[in-house]
Design a protein around this ligand. Structure first.
Ligand code: ATP
Length: 199
């Protein structure tokens, strides 16, 4: 599995539709200060479901939408798609190529898609669990992040190792099952209360 391409439109400094294609080997993105290099990494984090405007270096989520320049009007939406080669089926989905898309409008409406079909953020999170690619993954190391990891709390560092050894999906499923169990326990208490009122 590898990242084949990123398509951005209306995202941060990228007003026009731009396609970044990645081939075998190492790709470097170079450019003057402020030309948008870090915005490419932000685009990948955003499409994978980043919900924190601060970690995308903005004040609100609408800040990811191209805000216009002297010569160009602001855009009404931002859209990012990433396409992964999945011929080794590391992503648990039958397709050999997987495109994940996120789009947000100025009105606040937003949508996620997997291979063109509308989906929930949860579906995208689950698709990337334990691959190191999800928004909690370690495939994008931002400036200062190494320091943050080294000086972070042991529990935070543990999360990184959990992702690397591939147990995040089991931990999430365990938490969901425990919540269901607790809900059922509460229901049982209620049933018992009603029963004791009736008898
Ligand atoms: P450096 O080398 O200094 O780290 P960089 O090439 O990584 O810079 P970025 O930080 O990716 O550059 O891009 C910053 C640019 O993106 C700024 O010029 C900023 O005005 C522009 N930008 C950010 N958000 C938006 C937006 N919503 N609309 C238009 N431009 C934006």
């Amino acid at each position: 599995m590898y990242l084949k391409s990123i398509e951005v439109q209306g995202f941060k400094s990228f007003a026009n539709k731009i396609l970044f294609e990645f081939h075998n080997g190492i790709t470097g993105i170079v450019g003057p200060n402020g030309s948008g290099k870090s915005n490419v990494g932000d685009a990948v984090r955003w499409v994978l479901g980043e919900q924190s405007a601060k970690s995308l270096r903005g004040a609100s989520m609408q800040d990811v939408i191209f805000s216009g320049t002297e010569n160009r009007k602001p855009m009404g939406f931002a859209s990012v798609s990433i396409t992964m080669d999945n011929s080794d089926h590391k992503l648990p989905i039958e397709f050999d190529e997987v495109t994940v898309t996120r789009r947000v409008y100025r009105s606040g409406e937003s949508e996620y898609r997997i291979n063109g079909s509308a989906c929930r953020l949860k579906d995208i999170n689950e698709l990337f669990y334990d691959t190191g690619i999800g928004k909690e993954g370690y495939s994008i190391i931002g400036q200062g992040q190494i320091d943050k990891i080294l000086s972070g709390k042991p529990e935070e560092r543990r999360e990184l190792f959990d992702e690397a050894v591939g147990i995040v999906k089991f931990k999430r499923r365990k938490a969901a099952a425990q919540k269901k169990l607790e809900d059922e326990r509460q229901n049982l208490v209620r049933v018992n209360d009603i029963l004791s009122e009736l008898t």
